[in-house]
Write a protein that binds this ligand. Structure first.
Ligand code: ADP
Ligand code: MG
Length: 154
């Protein structure tokens, strides 16, 4: 597990933006952390890094929103998901195993549906209002390598 502290929303956004160039088709990122932790801020930075100019907002009521950049971005927010069947109805595996990058806010809620190979990112509020600890756990060798490029070698 890698841990990064950010001191402002801009820093979290920037950290996410720098992850984008390393991403490839079929990548799945599980974002977890409480309400207001910064999952959407992170998703926005990632979108800009993928060359998406459309504004990204939390797809709380639609569960998923699709954007087109260097790669397609499938932005999920499964906070309001009532059952795993709802994910089946969405055809979630077409996204997770598709051509784009899937980013799943509250992904822990559907952990059993997530691919085993994925990047887990947990955002935690610290005592100071604008401080967050971002815990990054690569699941699978390919993610170990990507995280190394993202956080270690930079
Ligand atoms: P979530 O999607 O996890 O519910 P949001 O990204 O919508 O959270 O909101 C995070 C809120 O916290 C925003 O209002 C943002 O400005 C604020 N914030 C303060 N410090 C940080 C930080 N270091 N990283 C990310 N967001 C931060
Ligand atoms: Mg959100």
């Amino acid at each position: 597990m890698f841990s990064v502290i950010t001191h402002s929303p801009e820093e979290t956004w920037e950290l996410a933006r720098k992850l984008a160039p390393i991403l490839s088709s079929g990548d799945v990122i599980n974002l977890s952390g409480d309400l207001g932790a910064g999952k959407t801020v992170f998703s926005k930075g990632l979108a800009v890094g993928l060359g998406i100019d459309e504004p990204v907002t939390s797809p709380t009521f639609t569960l998923i929103k699709e954007y087109m950049g260097r790669l397609p971005l499938y932005h999920f927010d499964v906070y309001r998901l009532s059952s795993p069947e709802e994910m089946e109805e969405l055809g979630f595996d077409e996204y997770f195993y598709g051509d784009g990058v899937s980013v799943v806010e509250w992904g822990d809620k559907i952990e059993e549906l997530l691919p085993d190979v994925r990047l887990d990112i947990r955002l935690l509020r610290l005592v100071d209002d604008e401080f967050r600890r971002i815990e990054v756990t690569p699941q699978g060798d390919v993610w170990q390598e990507k995280v190394d490029q993202w956080l270690v070698r930079e």
